[in-house]
Design a protein around this ligand. Structure first.
Ligand code: NAD
Length: 359
């Protein structure tokens, strides 16, 4: 893995710097004059990422706020703990919060910073593949509420994003695979050639991630710039997510919670089939997508008994309009079509297809 190359993607409001933190975050932090700096970590990033971050940036004067790891803690109770840490640490509007962790830390830390004293600066330092290619970019912040993923939140850009692929060395394989699902999604909605390249990868543990992360980010950046507040084409990024989020929300309460990317992989199988039903995506393409995704992510169970819960969760989806469940689908692979309304029988057929594929 080569994590010493540097490159910068410029967005209108902030930079995403890719490469070693010694050459990115260290300089950036030295040039700023924040009243106070807090670092938000969970128990895993405290152990695996904080020592690396401190060694690479040389930062010494900061307040540490640590929360328990995992999606089940992405809620208002944990926000209160974070706000308490910020309040008792004496942070003010001229302070900075550094979110050092995966998508949970980034989404929730960003939300806490965006609302603390009506908003203070925050920086994303994503440490999972998922957050490096997806969650840290695009300004969406928030928490889960009443089993509905990301249902409370705001749009707010970070002051900067620093992506150092070196953090992936300590990431468990299952988490790496989860992040890879979002990379696959970027390819399926916008770049058929990249889909071909990614499906040729045999061993996720031996990948040089930086160029792939950069490619994936460019796709997301392009889509977000065209539609920052998700009125239109940004919805393309939700391919696999209408059904995937419902599966993830349902599993969250079960004895076998799924990782975000694992649920999205199941969602992409189901929504590829919906793309066939609604837009005529060739069944040969649906099968290729299914074979690859179920080979890499298979093993989850989708029971008919859970369909009513899944429908109830899909009805809460933020993309819905006038009570209709709207999907972002693909036709062909590499091209997205947004706002496709599907009825219950079509969605049920897609769930059946997904259940059969992953059995
Ligand atoms: P996560 O933050 O829970 O991280 C996964 C696990 O890896 C955690 O246990 C964490 O402690 C651990 N970890 C993190 N970095 C590590 C490292 N370098 N070494 C060892 N362990 C490490 O989850 P995630 O998969 O990064 O993100 C999922 C979240 O992101 C979901 O809540 C999802 O809704 C959100 N998300 C947001 C957006 C967005 O646009 N804002 C996009 C996609 C996903």
């Amino acid at each position: 893995m080569n994590d010493h190359k540097m490159s910068t993607l410029h967005l209108p409001a902030y930079d995403i710097q890719l490469g070693d933190l010694r050459e990115s975050a260290k300089t950036w932090l030295r040039e700023k004059a924040y009243s106070k700096i807090a670092i938000l970590v969970d128990e895993n990033t405290a152990q695996h990422c904080l020592p690396v971050f401190l060694e690479k940036t040389g930062l010494e004067d900061f307040r540490l706020i640590q929360i328990p790891a995992g999606e089940q803690h992405k809620n208002i109770d944990t926000c209160q703990a974070i706000w308490r840490g910020m309040m008792s640490g004496g942070l003010d509007r001229r302070s900075l919060l550094l979110n050092l962790g995966g998508g949970v830390i980034g989404d929730m830390g960003g939300f806490c910073a965006a609302t603390f004293k009506r908003g203070m600066d925050f920086v994303q330092i994503p440490t999972t593949l998922l957050s490096q290619v997806d969650a840290s970019v695009g300004g969406k912040l928030g928490i889960d509420f009443m089993q509905v993923k990301n249902s409370i939140g705001v749009f707010q850009d970070p002051s900067a994003v620093f992506i150092d692929a070196g953090f992936l060395k300590t990431l468990p394989y299952r988490e790496l695979r989860s992040g890879f699902a979002e990379m696959l999604k970027h390819a399926l909605i916008a770049d058929a050639e990249q889909w071909h390249i990614l499906t040729g990868i045999n061993n996720l543990a031996e990948v040089d991630w930086l160029p792939l992360i950069q490619h994936s980010l460019r796709i997301k950046q392009h889509v977000v710039e065209a539609d920052p507040f998700e009125h239109g084409i940004r919805k393309a990024l939700n391919f696999g997510h209408t059904i995937g989020h419902a599966i993830e929300g349902d599993a969250l309460e079960s004895a076998h919670p799924l990782l975000h990317g694992e649920a999205i992989a199941a969602g992409m199988i189901a929504e590829s089939y919906l793309s066939h039903l609604k837009l005529g995506l060739a069944m040969a393409e649906v099968k290729k997508i299914t074979t690859f995704l179920s080979g890499l992510y298979g093993g989850f169970r989708l029971e008919k008994a859970s369909y009513p819960t899944l429908f109830a969760l899909m009805q809460q989806d933020k993309k819905n309009e006038n009570g209709k469940i709207l999907f972002s689908l693909i036709q062909p692979a590499g091209n997205a079509v947004v706002n496709v309304a599907c009825d219950r029988s079509e969605i049920e057929a897609a769930l059946d297809y997904c259940a059969a594929a992953s059995a």
